[in-house]
Design a protein around this ligand. Structure first.
Ligand code: TRP
Length: 456
């Protein structure tokens, strides 16, 4: 069994595509059964296949309450199709009413790839944000910042570091004694990226969703764990309804009524429990059972659907009492488009992907040479048919270029039956890609004047 374990490595070059095992092994939730408002192409086609806590986002959206979206970019190479897929998702959340924050990981890029901060700034602006504008992100509802300039994310990285240790990082990332310390700091700063937008100075307490490729889940697991370890009040399922547990820690014991010598100050403790009960009864619950002796408060009539609002009330109370009050982030996970050569898509291997600024001649050349799901002879192809599931030309239309589901189903069917040949599929893809990239180039020109506004 141990041998079957999938390792997910955000820095690695291999990629598992066994998505159902990934869901099971890492405890992700499948997208089945979620009621998404106007699902995007990526949702409809099952490319976004799993999530953690997406219900929180959907619930707040439905109520008209604020929620945020966060993503980050590593300013090193050029922006390619894989990167644009994340922006598609950010845009969808933005259209659903989310505010958007984007971290430029210039510190990480500097430490792990030797890109100077100045270079990082230039790449982020000219290569990434210019394309974000062209892809349709709204500059008025998007804030892009640099890690090196937001002290709070660095400070949070430091503070949160106290809630983990090398063994945990080893278990999550497979680090060992030889691991460069920059690789240990980067995920902590990234946790700061993910968690800071909910602070009062950056939009206040609200659920934040991070759309990522599934290789980034280790970061989310770490960050969710860090957030919940700082929480003063934990909410969990009880035999009946929900139960709040008080978590006494070094930094909160005084506020929670425990003296430094461990003695409980009954008076102060009872004030704390009164505050908890008040916070919950303000939400409209009446049958609340407070048990200071056990450190618990029970809400027998509360259901699953009440979790978020109770949790947020407790986090607000924690903040009033001096804590950070951090809500664990939500996340969604997408599958990866195969690299054009059949290996993993990577900006350091230009043949594996299309860059958003590739000229049309190289686009055509890369697609013509791309990995095909066709048979080796014409006769065989007509007889057995092609395999669209591994055919780069088809896959890229599905992931990136073709909006029309019916047309896509038609060419899928045509390919499988052998009616459409591999070369013909490539030609269709070349046409669509050319159109898409030319259109994007035009938009880059017409939105160039907006780029600066993303930083304001
Ligand atoms: N580490 C990410 C990358 O390699 C970039 C990043 C930084 C990020 N902060 C983030 C991604 C926060 C998602 C959320 O591309």
């Amino acid at each position: 069994m141990m041998d079957d374990k999938i390792r997910i490595d955000p820095w690695g070059s291999s990629q598992s595509t066994d998505y159902s095992s990934i869901i099971e092994q890492f405890g992700l939730n499948s997208m089945d059964g979620l009621d998404l408002p106007s699902p995007s192409r990526l949702h409809r086609r099952g490319i976004i296949f799993a999530h953690r806590g997406l219900e929180n986002i959907l619930q707040e959206r439905k109520k008209g309450n604020p929620f945020g979206v966060l993503t980050g970019l590593m300013p090193s190479g050029q922006m390619h199709l894989g990167h644009s897929m994340v922006i598609d998702q950010v845009k969808w959340f933005q259209q659903q009413g989310g505010d958007v924050t984007i971290a430029v990981a210039d510190l990480e890029s500097n430490a792990t790839r030797g890109v100077s901060l100045e270079q990082g700034r230039k790449i982020a602006t000219e290569e990434y944000v210019a394309n974000y504008a062209a892809l349709g992100l709204d500059p008025d509802k998007t804030t892009v910042y640099f890690q090196s300039e937001r002290n709070i994310v660095q400070r949070m990285g430091f503070q949160l570091g106290k809630r983990t240790n090398l063994s945990e990082l080893e278990a999550i990332y497979g680090f060992d004694g030889a691991t460069n310390l920059a690789h240990i700091q980067a995920p902590l700063v990234q946790a700061g990226d993910i968690l800071h937008p909910q602070l009062d100075d950056y939009g206040g307490l609200r659920p934040i969703v991070v759309p990522v490729g599934v290789d980034q889940d280790p970061h989310l697991r770490l960050t969710r764990g860090l957030a919940s370890k700082t929480n003063w009040f934990n909410l969990k399922d009880a035999k009946m309804g929900l139960q709040v547990g008080v978590s006494i820690q070094n930094e909160n014991s005084h506020a929670l009524g425990v003296d430094s010598n461990g003695r409980v100050d009954k008076q102060r403790q009872s004030e704390v429990f009164t505050k908890i009960v008040n916070a919950i009864s303000n939400l409209g619950f009446s049958d609340i059972v407070s048990n200071p002796k056990h450190g618990t408060v029970n809400i027998p009539s509360a259901t699953k659907g009440d979790k978020l609002s109770i949790n947020m009330a407790l986090l607000r109370l924690e903040r009033e009492m001096g804590g950070m009050g951090l809500l664990a982030p939500s996340s969604t996970y997408h599958r990866f488009a195969v690299g054009m050569t059949g290996e993993k898509m990577s900006s350091s291997k230009p043949k594996t992907t299309l860059f958003l600024s590739d000229d049309l001649a190289s686009v055509e050349k890369k697609i013509k040479k791309s990995f095909s799901g066709g048979q080796s002879t014409l006769e065989e192809h007509r007889r057995i048919g092609g395999n669209p599931d591994i055919d780069v030309a088809y896959q890229y239309m599905m992931y990136f270029f073709e909006e029309d589901d019916n047309y896509l189903a038609e060419i899928n069917q045509g390919y499988r039956s052998g009616k459409i040949l591999a070369g013909e599929m490539k030609q269709l893809c070349i046409e669509r890609a050319t159109e898409w990239l030319s259109d994007l180039k035009e938009k880059r020109d017409s939105t160039a004047h907006e780029v600066q506004r993303f930083f304001e």
